[in-house]
Design a protein around this ligand. Structure first.
Ligand code: MGD
Ligand code: MGD
Ligand code: SF4
Ligand code: MO
Length: 579
């Protein structure tokens, strides 16, 4: 059998290049993939897929399923059709269904369950959210993992860390924290204060890059004044940070190339945008933008420099507090909203009032279970696609590698619907060629997106005057209750709700609750019962439930972040009761 090249379709920083060798998936040896994949792809073929379409419990053929879908759409007012698409597959042809639904006059979603708050803060400060690619992180001397868990969510960074100084700022003693030179086991939701205090100490210790600030951050003095509104001693004590920690961070950063590598952990709160903007200002104070091996890496805008070929202009409703019951027919694609949206009880109630739920996906889950019409999708090996990444600048083509009787591709489903409702759709090759036109070949033959700066912001920021826009207000808050923080990070064995999902609540044993016992965890949104596992990597004030755990989102709020229209999965505090 011939070897074929493709890419992992999953929503992940790494966007690995894959070789399919005798039917086995292997990581491409060269480039950023460095010859290895992660557990999800190593066991990809072992996860049971949905094999046949069904309508109200009864198996039907794909042809009948498509006719049923057409019938449902025809019998629903266009304004009462909702297209709800998630990120189960991150590749670009997923969007072809948006083209159909938008052209047809249905309602689509906006907002984000993921990185939108942090992105909004970054855009306010820098004017855009450009990717700091892995290749730049590789050139740094010091890497600060700030609310990011690379062993779980971006393992292809790990080989690049040899010889670098590592600082970790995370409430959990993650694997990277264990091997770091310094771990600040910060109290959740206090990063904004730490970032601003770091700026203050950078100034006091004369470590500001004056020339950089004059050119790209001239309002620094005002921002410095804002940092002075924080009471140092009381705040550090509250956060669980010592002056010694601050001193160590400063001495490691001094005269070094620093990459601050952030994840979504810091911004799952209502003020998530301000938190990311405060973290950015640490790098600004040090003059760490636009220089080799320096900067702040977050989930960069993967589509920077690539135009969509699809028609996607439509009326949109938020995907965070979606009022599903305002719609007669809801088409769910690449998503499991019943598990992954916040405030699951609310979602379940609203969904129960929808007349027709259509689920288009690969696996059975809470959402397929309540669907009237279930349509299996083709896997990434069985259809043509192309993807980008929010961790590097590559563009990776994903040709069809296997034939399969199961499922239908997003393109073929859209082609059927466009034909049925007389909507124009170009050929699949046309769209793939369109994406190809935004790529350029690199010396090793791989493709990357054309026109992106290899060192982002080397010509200044993308704001109107090229300068960084600092936070100009800070609301100082104090915790007044003894409720526990809920942290819901990513699991090593699942990708959100795909693959092997966790079933436990993790607590520090010092809370005095026996492992193996089932407890009720409650918040102002709802409650869930889970079996306790002890985890000494946690602070005593934290309860950890992995993303993808059944019921975790009964605890979370469907409020939006103040900026960026994002979900706030860690805003609610929780209590534990024995049952
Ligand atoms: N294995 C695996 N990989 C994944 C995913 C998955 O589900 N499983 N999901 C993918 C997706 S969709 C995304 S968006 C990315 C996200 O990738 P990451 O951003 O790395 O994901 P998280 O685990 O949500 O958060 C990272 C870290 O933030 C910490 N954290 C939580 N609260 C706070 C806080 O208040 N302050 C600070 N400083 N740290 C905090 C958590 O303890 C965690 O270690 O990962 C992608 N990769
Ligand atoms: N408590 C808590 N909740 C969270 C998070 C958290 O950290 N904590 N993280 C949030 C984040 S960052 C994200 S990105 C969201 C993710 O939430 P969702 O976007 O709902 O993603 P998944 O849970 O991965 O479910 C994706 C579904 O996509 C389907 N799928 C996979 N591949 C394909 C394909 O090729 N075609 C089609 N049609 N379907 C496919 C699979 O059937 C799978 O069940 O969850 C959010 N929810
Ligand atoms: S590390 Fe990420 S991109 Fe690579 S195989 Fe795993 S999920 Fe896919
Ligand atoms: Mo995400």
């Amino acid at each position: 059998m011939q070897n074929s090249h493709t890419a992992c379709p999953l929503d992940c920083f790494d966007a690995c290049s894959i070789i399919v060798e005798d039917g086995k998936l292997k990581g491409e040896r060269g480039g950023h993939t460095q010859g290895f994949l992660c557990p999800h792809l190593n066991h990809y073929e072992s996860y049971k897929r949905i094999e046949s379409p069904r309508y109200r419990g009864e198996e039907i053929s794909m042809q009948v399923a498509l006719e049923k879908l057409k019938e449902i759409l025809t019998s629903t007012l266009k304004s009462e059709i909702l297209h709800y698409r998630g990120s189960g597959n991150f590749a670009l042809m997923q969007e072809v269904t948006d083209h159909f639904f938008a052209s047809y006059g249905a309602v689509l979603t906006d907002g984000s369950l993921c990185d939108g708050a942090g992105e909004a803060g970054i855009i306010e400060g820098r004017g855009s959210n450009k990717n700091m690619p892995f290749t730049e992180i590789a050139k740094s001397d010091v890497v600060i993992f700030w609310g990011r868990n690379p062993h779980v969510t971006s393992s292809h960074i790990l080989p690049m860390l040899k010889g670098k100084k590592i600082i970790v700022i995370d409430p959990v003693k993650t694997k990277i924290a264990e091997i770091a030179d310094l771990h600040i086991q910060i109290k959740p939701h206090s990063d904004i204060y730490l970032a601003m205090l770091l700026v203050r100490f950078i100034y006091i210790h004369d470590m500001c890059d004056e020339a950089f600030l004059e050119e790209f951050g001239s309002e620094f003095e005002d921002f410095y004044e804002l940092t002075q509104t924080i009471r140092i001693k009381a705040r550090l004590e509250d956060m669980g940070v010592t002056l010694g920690d601050i001193g160590s961070v400063l001495s490691m950063m001094q005269d070094s190339r620093v990459a601050i590598v952030c994840g979504i952990g810091v911004q799952k709160y209502r003020d998530g945008a301000d938190i990311m903007r405060a973290i950015d200002s640490v790098a600004v104070a040090l003059g760490m933008f636009g220089k080799e091996g320096c900067g702040v890496s977050y989930l960069g805008n993967s589509k920077e420099g690539v135009e969509s070929p699809f028609h996607t202009k439509a009326k949109r409703v938020s995907k965070i507090d979606t009022e599903f019951d305002a719609f007669k027919s809801v088409f769910i694609q690449g998503a499991n909203p019943l598990a992954q949206m916040p405030d699951s009880e609310r979602v379940a109630l609203a969904m129960s009032r929808v007349e027709n739920i259509i689920y288009f996906g690969l696996y059975e889950n809470e959402s397929s279970a309540v669907a009237d019409l279930v349509i299996p999708a083709k896997s990434f090996l069985e259809k043509e696609d192309v993807r980008l990444s929010y961790g590097h600048n590559g563009m990776l083509f994903m040709p069809k590698i296997q034939e399969s009787e199961i499922g239908i591709s997003e393109y073929d489903l859209s082609a059927y619907l466009c034909d049925a409702f007389d909507i124009e759709l170009a050929s699949q090759e046309h769209y793939l060629e369109h994406f190809r036109s935004f790529a350029q070949e690199q010396s090793d033959g791989s493709l990357c997106v054309k026109g992106r700066e290899s060192i982002p912001y080397s010509e200044g920021f993308d704001t109107d005057d090229g300068e960084f826009v600092y936070l100009d207000e800070l609301e100082i808050t104090h915790d007044e209750d003894d409720a526990l923080f809920l942290i819901t990070p990513k699991s090593p064995t699942s990708l959100n709700s795909q693959f092997k999902r966790s079933e436990f609540v993790y607590l520090n044993s010092s809370l005095g609750i026996d492992a193996g016992r089932v407890v009720r965890i409650s918040s102002e949104s709802g409650s869930v019962e889970l079996e306790v596992r002890h985890d000494e990597r946690l602070r005593e004030d934290c309860v950890l439930i992995y993303s993808g755990t059944k019921g975790v989102n009964k605890l979370t709020s469907s409020k939006h972040s103040y900026e960026g229209k994002n979900a706030v999965f860690q805003e609610n505090k929780v209590e534990i009761s024995k049952i």
